[in-house]
Design a binder for this molecule. Structure first.
Ligand code: GDP
Ligand code: MG
Length: 363
């Protein structure tokens, strides 16, 4: 009896040892496979994921989304500074050129270089390492300067109900897409949302918003193609009030900032909102395409004149090396960047948080 028990225990121990060996061998093979994958260039993203598994998912993927700007602009600057190896006027000139290419803007690039030049002359910075660090600090300061403390993305003021958000911009910048993504995000956070299809210019625009409404599972108010945008807006905000909706997102037609009558129409839409909700719209967002370059600054200035903007949405940051434009916008305009678009999918709309953005570019 006792002997049988001994055999059973011995067999169990043997099985356990074999199992441990098998698991260890598999793990070893997996590691070899992983390191193989990491050696090729395409494995760079994977490498980041594997090496930093515990870091919060959001900033990490923002870094991947901004990879083009990171390698095409910040990376080139770092390369230039390292290659040059010494701190002199030539280095500053070449840095300025790179910044212009990244669409930071003439004025902003000059301001950055001036600050560096002063620090070099006063010997505050002497090595190329110092230049790198100082560059990061200057850019960071420019991004947070005006709105420190409040500049943390898009927030619905719950005291205002319905909270009315008017979305404007030129053609094709991503207005409708942004509204679709935002609708989903708000719905997921437990808010009731109503979309208003005030881009009556093209039938396809109304349809496109309808598809986003279905995806997000929210209601939409629409009229026929060609209807007066203000009439749709009126019906939309009236319906939102009657239905006790939390947030109204109003899609508008793309308008060139140079066309006076279209810009005036924005004023009419705003006045229509005020007839129903006197302190509305609570947000007037301008959507701009990051790949546009410096024209984005002019757009923002013109729209701000026609209707007071409360925030900017910068889209398509995923497809461009021109993400430096955020620095220029923050430095030259007194309008907060609230949201950024980093892709076409529903989850590709992020709050703009300066610290996170700079970290994603430099870290
Ligand atoms: N890559 C990328 N594409 C975007 C982004 N936002 C919008 N788009 C695309 O830009 C195109 C125009 O968007 P749309 O919302 O119709 O622009 P609208 O004319 O301003 O309403 C569509 O193909 C979108 O999928 C973004 O953040 N990243
Ligand atoms: Mg649209």
């Amino acid at each position: 009896m006792e002997q049988n028990l001994m055999y059973i225990i011995a067999a169990a121990v043997a099985i356990a040892i074999v199992a441990i060996i098998i698991i260890a061998v598999r793990k070893q093979r997996e590691n070899v496979a992983k390191s193989d994958a990491l050696t090729n260039a395409a494995g760079e993203e994977l490498k980041e994921k594997v090496e930093k598994p515990v870091k919060a998912a959001k900033p990490e993927s923002l870094r991947i989304k901004l990879a083009k700007t990171k390698s095409g602009f910040i990376g080139k600057l770092a390369e230039l500074i390292n290659l040059r190896g010494k701190v002199d006027d030539d280095l500053l000139e070449q840095m300025e050129e790179l910044m212009m290419q990244a669409d930071i803007g003439v004025q902003t690039s000059m301001d950055i270089i001036e600050q560096l030049r002063e620090d070099i002359h006063t010997k505050t910075i002497t090595t190329t390492d110092d230049v790198q660090k100082r560059l990061h600090d200057i850019m960071f300061a420019m991004m947070v300067e005006e709105y420190a403390g409040t500049d943390h993305g898009f927030v619905v003021n719950e005291a205002k109900k319905p909270y009315v958000v008017l979305v404007t911009g030129v053609n094709g910048v991503g207005k409708t897409t942004t509204i679709g993504k935002l609708a989903k995000r708000l719905k997921d956070s437990g808010k009731s949302v109503l979309l208003v299809a005030a881009d009556t210019f093209r039938a396809a625009a109304i349809e496109q918003l309808g598809i986003w409404a279905d995806r997000a599972g929210v209601d939409i108010v629409k009229h026929q193609h060609g209807a007066d945008p203000s009439a749709v807006v009126y019906d939309g905000v009236m319906a939102a009030k009657a239905r006790n909706v939390d947030v109204v997102l109003i899609d508008t037609a793309g308008r060139q900032h140079t066309k006076v009558n279209l810009m005036n129409e924005l004023g009419k839409i705003t006045r229509t909102i005020k007839k129903v909700i006197p302190d509305g719209p609570h947000e007037t967002l301008l959507v701009i395409d990051a790949t546009t370059g410096q024209n984005a600054i002019t757009q923002a200035q013109m729209f701000d004149k026609a209707t007071t903007l409360t925030g900017l949405v910068l889209t398509k940051l995923d497809g461009t090396a021109k993400g430096g434009i955020v620095i220029g916008i923050k430095h030259q305009l007194r309008i907060p960047v609230k949201l950024i678009g980093v892709g076409e999918a529903q989850e590709d709309l992020r709050d703009f948080v300066a610290e996170e953005f700079v970290d994603a570019l430099f870290a």
